[in-house]
Design a protein around this ligand. Structure first.
Ligand code: HMG
Length: 419
């Protein structure tokens, strides 16, 4: 059987039930609130309670993607969970998710890790799986699930967040068709962000990580141009929207600046003219779809796809058939740049993609409560530690981590009940 298309057939998000307000966090840290609100572009930051982990978030997002797009779990032939926030050195979070979603025994299931690039690695490998004819008509489920943790009162603190994005990948996609010949890759060993096995918190060389990200953009973009036979294939004039990895909203602006500079640098010599074109392009091709990122924060490997969720939930039918670019960056580092085409009819799925009803039910933590929660999350993840109680954070129905007994993680509830 010749397969001609592969792409995203369904997409759904799960975010934790609690958040903090960035102006309040800035005040508590003795920082001008505008630094977080304008300098980083963040308004709110999702905070995972001790009961929400990579497995629970991935399972609820996965369940929503299947249920809202009417996909039978039996159709899933590959499950990949991309995460920086593994819950075991050996056992993949994906196997727990496989059970929570009731997937079949003959489903290929594994976890990918490469900081924020993990889910993109999963997505492109499922695209290859479909094009190679290995899917036999089945679909793949790729889930990005992470909790970004730098710690209280660190430089990285305002760039934390948590959440999961689940994508079903198939050969008749309803949302986005991935352009297989356009993907360019980039890898380089750098120490910009890492998390040793003994640490729950990431270490980052923050400003250097921004440079590494931008260099990786140029590297992946050039490779993509080479594969596509020239830069015309990616002309910004022919792209409806550009998506980047979004550790904080301002980073997408920096990335788009590099994107425009790389493409137009030689043709627009005057700096003021270039700056105006970049600003206009950012305002129309990037900024409108960063709203979810600004209220959720960095969800590591899912944050590129959270911006895409924002685009899809606002998709007007006139944009169908248009092309978008995707850039994924994972510290360490690995990156990919490619394009996708918006499928005709994708706008009909706006409501299914939109996480706003769930976000509207979140509750705000004041800063002392947030700090207490972070300390509770640290101690919940030890063998025989007291059970974290979902009711303590007013979490309602859902699927929750409830502690480790005899070195085995325990979960309670059902992803279908999550609100
Ligand atoms: P910092 O030193 O606290 O902040 O670190 P800053 O001094 O650089 O200020 C940030 C911005 O706010 C600047 O804007 C300031 O000018 C502005 P810029 O010059 O860059 O355009 N600013 C203000 N604006 C308005 N009013 C004010 C004001 N004050 C300052 N009053 C940093 C910021 C992001 C480095 C830090 O939070 C950090 O280390 N974060 C973690 C690392 C990170 O997010 N890196 C991003 C690239 S690497 C990546 O994306 C991968 C990653 O997601 C991990 C993975 O792959 O898994 C991190």
């Amino acid at each position: 059987m010749t397969v001609t298309a592969a792409g995203i057939d369904a997409l759904a998000f799960y975010g934790p039930r609690c958040y903090v307000d960035m102006a309040e966090l800035a005040e508590a840290r003795g920082v001008d609130p505008d630094k977080y609100l304008l300098g980083l572009g963040q308004r709110q930051m999702a905070v995972a309670t001790p009961c929400e982990d990579t497995v629970t978030m991935a399972s609820v997002a996965g369940w929503r993607a299947l249920e809202q797009f009417d996909i039978d779990p039996a159709e899933i032939g590959t499950l990949i969970v991309g995460t920086e926030t593994g819950i075991d050195h050996s056992k993949p979070a994906a196997v727990y998710v496989h059970e929570m979603l009731g997937l079949g025994e003959n489903c290929r299931t594994f976890e990918t890790k490469h900081a924020c690039y993990g889910a993109m690695a999963g997505l492109t490998s499922t695209m290859d799986w479909i094009h190679a004819g290995r899917a036999r008509g089945r679909k793949a489920l790729v889930i990005a699930s992470d909790i970004a943790r730098y710690g209280i009162d660190t430089a990285g603190e305002p760039t934390q967040g948590a959440g999961a994005v689940a994508m079903v990948v198939g050969d008749s996609p309803r949302l986005l068709e991935l352009d297989p010949t356009t993907f360019g890759d980039y890898t380089r060993q750098v120490m910009d962000f890492w998390r040793p096995l003994y640490s729950k918190y990431a270490f980052a060389d923050g400003h250097y990580s921004i440079d590494c990200y931008l260099d990786a953009f140029t590297g992946a973009w050039r490779d993509a141009c080479e594969q596509a036979g020239g830069r015309d294939a990616f002309s910004l004039d022919n792209l409806d929207a550009c998506f980047y990895h979004v550790p904080f909203v301002k980073m997408a602006r920096k990335a788009h600046h590099r994107h425009c500079e790389t493409e137009w640098g030689q043709s627009i010599a005057r700096e003021d003219q270039l700056a105006t074109r970049v600003r206009e392009s950012y305002d129309t091709q990037v900024a409108p779809w960063l709203e979810l990122n600004s209220v959720v924060g960095n969800i590591y490997t899912g944050s590129l796809f959270l911006a895409i969720a924002d685009y899809l939930r606002k998709l007007d039918n006139a944009r169908e058939g248009g092309r978008i670019s995707l850039f994924s960056y994972g510290s360490g580092c690995g990156a990919a740049f490619g394009t996708a085409t918006v499928v005709e009819g994708a706008g009909n799925w706006r409501q299914q993609v939109d996480p706003q009803p769930h976000l509207d039910q979140r509750h705000k933590l004041d800063i002392p409560a947030y700090e207490q929660l972070i300390r509770a999350a640290d101690s919940a993840d030890h063998n025989d530690a007291p059970y974290p109680e979902p009711s303590q954070w007013d979490l309602g129905e859902g699927l929750y981590y409830v502690g480790t007994r005899d070195h085995i993680r325990h979960y309670s509830g059902n992803p279908a009940n999550a609100t």
